[in-house]
Design a protein around this ligand. Structure first.
Ligand code: ADP
Ligand code: MG
Length: 696
């Protein structure tokens, strides 16, 4: 009989319950304490924990262990070590020590490190993050870790994320103290990421080099049907897909991942999965695992999951919504407006911190989601524009306006809104949630940052969100702690912040052309592409920001900048090479072959029948023109790739690719896609959009 969900849930996780059952009381208590206080484990405790962990893992079929970490590649890394050891008498024993639990030493030199390797030691080490539980995946005990160089520099996405969470904790506690709240011991940022993806049949996927090498189609004419009928969104899930989803949910639940919602998305073959939110570092680990499992489980069902931001031209791409809030250890959501004037005032201050952060750090928010893949989405009328703005909904905006101008709010009771003295009028939660075009929307008790690409690690944008908001909270606390009269200082601070930063609020349609003009008038940034956005990372004020909160130091910022810029270049380079390969070896030869068939038929027909019009001849003429156009475009693309070899500077190369390579790729795709529509099905070398999108 299959297990119930409650039995299944967390089965493969060495969680608090398991620890309590398996560890001596003292050890358990000591471990809990070190985890809460964020101190490092002493070796005696570590040995006891490691031993219990090993026994538990062996009982659950594990044979190996690994330090599981998140290098700058954006995917996770693991190197398996067996528990197996020799006992000197020709027999094996199974061992796992405390030392092996707390620290690992993978060779850091083969991971992207953006120059940190040159100036510092190549060796790196991984250190257990005990706030994220160990788990078993594919018979391997995985220990979630942070990855640093021996000089202490972060080589991964997790270390700065943990540091940024600590920055928010520190500053938010200062604010809460000002409001007289002494019972709260910690404030954590919470995240629930909604994950979009496509599913295609494995047998079609395997015939497409573009999907295999780049995760997206580089060629492909639109199929007769796309997403125009709007019949896929929330539609009935096909049984093959449902079987995949059931299997996926079970595996996610076993890993303690709170998979909750599943549905069909707007584009054909597109789906979404959302978990219940949790603490940010765990949400990040879980999202990485979710992406991995989506891909692995799909294969078991002879499907392939595409996590790319834009797998198909002409239909929606995939994103990830990062739902973000702040929560106290006493269970209070600090972005919940609350019921009393006191709660309302505190809420308004946190809200103002987010507004100010979004306005002052538009550049960082934008660049935190900048990749070659996501450039296809942002600003392309299917995802939020590349311009940062905040959606608050009309009611909350009117309330802020009333506060700003000391004017009566036109709600039920006409009242001047005095912060700390008046209850906020109730605004309907629903009214705040229906603008899907906003990049950053307040949705009743959380903010939803919607610019992420589907394949991104959520660490990047949360590092920026946390650090930027921590900085605003710090500034607020600096002012308020010194204020002789807290209430009037608070009112003035909130009023002043609204006045100064209301330009970032936009409740209208972000897809509308007029918004781009309006945003320009307001002086908001519009960083259209990755090379436009990334250089803002290394601006002095941004380096200072990350330094101030001990999230990243200067070397860490510049190395990350380099890695991201280089990744852009590498992605485009692979895409261009794949296009050349497909055009040369598959598309052009196929069209040439079909031309021969047309020509031969035409010649034969001319001998046998008299005709005024000849289908074969006319098609052949048009086809020949397009084939030559494709050939020229191919030659041009190749020459651009040749030129790029002479550019050694990665920044120059990024701009060169943005301005030349992308255009050349489009120029090659266009005639090839048209040729696809004219070539016989039996000759076209790979499955078309129709098969990929509707073939399951
Ligand atoms: P939708 O955005 O589709 O209307 P919901 O608002 O119910 O759906 O939730 C979307 C995501 O937001 C879910 O993953 C949910 O767990 C998450 N979420 C809800 N509350 C919070 C919170 N306080 N902090 C972070 N994420 C949250
Ligand atoms: Mg949502």
């Amino acid at each position: 009989m299959s297990k119930s969900i409650t039995e299944l849930f967390g089965e493969l996780v060495f969680d608090e319950d398991t620890m309590e059952q398996r560890l001596p009381k003292d050890t358990f208590r000591e471990l809990q304490k070190t985890m809460k206080e964020g101190r490092s484990l002493n070796i005696k405790i570590a040995n006891a924990v490691a031993n219990a962990m090993k026994d538990w893992a062996l009982e659950h079929g594990a044979t190996h262990y690994t330090h599981w970490f998140q290098p700058m590649t954006g995917v996770t890394a693991e190197k398996h070590d067996g528990f197996i050891n020799v006992n000197g008498k020709g027999k094996v024993i199974l061992e796992f020590s405390g030392k092996e639990l707390i620290k690992g030493e993978p060779d850091a030199s083969s991971f992207p490190n953006g120059g940190l390797r040159a100036t510092f030691e190549a060796r790196g080490y991984t250190a257990w993050d005990p706030t994220s539980y160990a788990f078993i995946k594919n018979n391997v005990l995985c220990i979630p870790t942070a990855f640093c160089s021996y000089s202490g520099h972060a080589l991964d996405k997790k270390t700065p994320l943990l540091r940024s969470m600590e920055a928010v904790n520190k500053q938010a506690l200062r604010i809460l103290k000002l409001f007289g709240n002494e019972t709260v011991k910690s404030v954590k940022t919470t995240v629930g990421p909604e994950q979009e993806y496509f599913l295609v049949d494995k047998k079609f996927y395997e015939q497409r080099k573009d999907l295999i090498y780049t995760g997206r189609t580089l060629f492909g004419a639109p199929s007769p049907k796309g997403q125009e009928m709007e019949d896929h969104y929330f539609g009935t899930i096909k049984s093959r897909v449902q079987e995949f989803m059931n299997d996926l949910n079970n595996e996610l639940w076993k890993l303690g991942i709170l998979a909750k919602t599943e549905h069909n998305e707007v584009a054909p073959a597109q789906h979404e999965l959302a978990p219940i939110f949790t603490t940010t570092n765990i949400a990040t680990d879980h999202n990485q695992l979710t992406m991995e499992l989506i891909q692995r489980i799909a294969k078991k069902h002879d499907l392939v999951a595409l996590l790319h931001e834009k797998p198909f031209e002409g239909i929606n791409g995939s994103g990830k919504h990062n739902n973000w809030s702040l929560s106290t250890d006493t269970g209070i959501n600090l972005l919940e407006p609350g019921e009393t004037p006191h709660e309302n005032a505190q809420f308004l201050l946190f809200l103002c911190a987010v507004l100010k952060a979004a306005d002052e750090h538009q550049d960082l928010l934008r660049l935190s989601v900048a990749t070659a893949g996501n450039d296809h989405r942002l600003g392309a009328n299917e995802a939020p524009p590349a311009i940062i703005s905040v959606f608050l909904g009309d009611e909350l905006t009117e309330i802020l306006e009333a506060i700003e101008n000391d004017q009566p709010y036109d709600g039920k009771e006409k009242e001047i809104m005095k912060v700390g003295a008046h209850v906020l009028p109730k605004f309907a939660k629903d009214a705040t949630d229906r603008n899907r075009t906003s990049p950053f929307a307040f949705t009743g008790n959380k903010f939803e940052f919607r610019m992420l690409g589907s394949s991104a690690s959520i660490a990047g944008c949360n590092i920026v969100l946390n650090t930027a908001i921590a900085d605003e909270l710090k500034q607020f606390a600096d002012v308020l702690e010194k204020a002789p009269d807290f209430t009037s200082a608070l009112h003035a601070l909130i009023q002043g912040t609204i006045k100064e930063h209301k330009q970032i609020i936009f409740n209208g349609n972000g897809y509308d052309e007029s918004w781009v003009e309006e945003a320009q008038k307001r002086g908001l940034l519009n960083l259209k592409t990755t090379p436009d956005a990334l250089p803002y990372f290394i601006k002095e004020n941004n380096i200072e920001l990350f330094k101030r909160h001990h999230v990243l130091d200067e070397e860490e910022v510049t190395s990350r900048y380099e890695i991201m810029m280089e990744e852009y270049v590498k992605v485009l380079n692979i895409e261009a090479l794949t296009m050349v390969d497909m055009a040369k070896k598959e598309i052009l030869p196929a069209v040439s072959l079909y031309s021969k068939r047309l020509a031969e038929t035409c010649l034969m027909k001319e001998k046998l029948v008299s005709q005024q019009q000849c289908y074969e001849k006319e098609t052949l003429e048009k086809m020949t023109q397009l084939l030559n156009k494709a050939y020229q475009a191919l030659t041009h693309l190749e020459s651009i790739l040749e030129t790029s070899k002479t550019i050694n500077d990665f920044e120059q190369l990024a701009f060169f690719y943005r301005d030349n390579l992308i255009l050349a790729m489009n120029d090659l795709r266009e005639p090839c896609d048209e040729l696809e529509t004219m070539t016989a099905q039996d000759i076209w070398p790979f499955p078309t959009y129709g098969k990929l999108l509707f073939g399951i």
